[in-house]
Design a binder for this molecule. Structure first.
Ligand SMILES: *Cc1c(COP(=O)(O)O)cnc(C)c1O
Length: 388
């Protein structure tokens, strides 16, 4: 009998998602219509920010964020990020003429370690303009620490929270959510289908800073405004002004309608992800594996459920033979040929150890209890066979 293949992530499209899209297809605005700001408002409310600017993908969101925060770009400037992330977290700085400096991850949460960052800042405080911590797998970064460093050294913070809508952490007795704009100047999220909310391609920047918000709106669409109140000179209803060099990073209404519909199930789906994590935590606890660590006061959003084992490659192959298709997150960015070519070989021991051992098990809201059990059983079978 054929067994159903399982993957590390999977989107979920409901019939109401389909009708929401069809409605826009039949409307007069496929793009630049009302669904964009409706989606921005709803997503900002979900994460607790004042503003949101939806764009074509999270790479565009990161690109615009770096540009908006570095208006007068010095001849050379550096930004610090984690090697354990998707390449675009680093690439966005290079897009803007800057350079990336990697700092190692914390060996328990696998997020950028503020202590390693501080070592760099202490050594060459003038070299850096900002930091991009990553909420790896959905575990919130230590944003209060990064915010403290940002104030001390005069830097900005972009939180790459692509994995973490719905994640939160506690600081001095208060709860803060990923993207709420409290400790980061700007926060980016992705709506790629493997992430929490799927629009096909899509992303957003959230912030509490009105000036940055207005700038991002302009930059998303060629630097053009059509608002008479914002023009230097107004000639009539047809008028528009290009005020800075922007891009076409718009997201169509078709996708925002899908995003809105998906967002209506976001809370529920986040709880389902957390239930899958609990089942794995329980089912795998006696095996020789390192399970995800959640810091005290933090709530994980479980974009990924990442285990670590010295037998990663064998386990990957074994699960694959059982139609369980896991993945490795990530190949450290500093080990990509492009980055070796640019900066030479560098070493970040925690990141490299993580890469050698990590494996992302199937994690998505529609993963049934039977399927969860199947994953747990096969991981157990693997270790039973190994121990003969
Ligand atoms: C997915 C992802 C991105 C890029 O998102 P796109 O929408 O595909 O451009 C950036 N950073 C992280 C951490 C991601 O997981």
């Amino acid at each position: 009998m054929d067994i159903e293949p399982l993957f590390y992530g999977k989107h979920d499209i409901s019939s109401s998602d389909v009708s929401a899209v069809v409605e826009v297809l039949k409307s007069s605005a496929l793009t630049q219509g009302p669904k964009v700001s409706e989606f921005e408002r709803a997503f900002s409310d979900y994460v607790g920010s004042k503003y949101g600017v939806a764009v074509s993908n999270a790479t565009a969101a990161l690109h615009l964020s770096v540009l908006a925060l570095t208006p007068s770009r010095p001849k050379s400037f550096k930004v610090i990020t984690s090697p354990i992330t998707f390449v675009s977290t680093a690439n966005c700085v290079l897009f803007c003429g800057g350079e990336i400096e990697f700092a190692d991850i914390d060996s328990s949460t696998y997020c950028l370690d503020p202590n390693r960052v501080e070592e760099l800042l202490k050594k060459n405080p003038k070299d850096y303009v900002g930091m991009i911590p990553v909420d790896y797998a959905g575990h919130p970064s230590r944003l209060a620490d990064f915010n403290w460093l940002a104030k001390k050294y005069g830097l900005w913070v972009i939180s790459d929270s692509c994995h973490a809508p719905g994640a939160s952490f506690t600081h001095e007795g208060k709860i803060y959510r990923a993207g709420d704009g409290h400790f980061a100047d700007l926060t980016t999220f992705s709506f790629h289908p493997v992430k929490h909310i799927a629009t096909g391609e899509g992303g957003i920047v959230t912030t509490n800073n009105e000036a940055l918000y207005k700038k991002l709106l302009l930059m998303r669409s060629h630097g053009i405004t059509k608002e008479s109140s914002q023009m230097t000179e107004y000639d009539g209803g047809w008028d528009y002004e290009m005020q800075l060099l922007g891009f076409n990073y718009r997201i169509p209404d078709i996708l925002c309608a899908l995003g809105l519909s998906q967002l209506s199930r976001a809370k529920e789906n986040l709880e389902k992800r957390r239930a899958v994590a609990e089942a794995y935590n329980l089912g795998l606890k006696d095996l020789p594996l390192k399970l995800p660590t959640v810091e005290a006061g933090a709530k994980h959003a479980y974009h990924l459920y990442v285990i670590r084992t010295a037998h990663r490659k064998e386990l990957y192959e074994y699960l694959k033979s059982k139609e369980i298709h896991t993945q490795v997150h990530y190949i450290p960015v500093h080990e990509q040929p492009f980055y070796i070519g640019r900066y030479g070989r560098q070493s970040f021991p925690n990141s490299e150890a993580h890469y050698r051992e990590c494996l992302s098990l199937p994690m998505y809201p529609t993963l049934s209890e039977v399927q969860q059990e199947r994953v747990i059983c096969e991981v157990k079978n693997f270790f039973d066979k190994k121990n003969g």
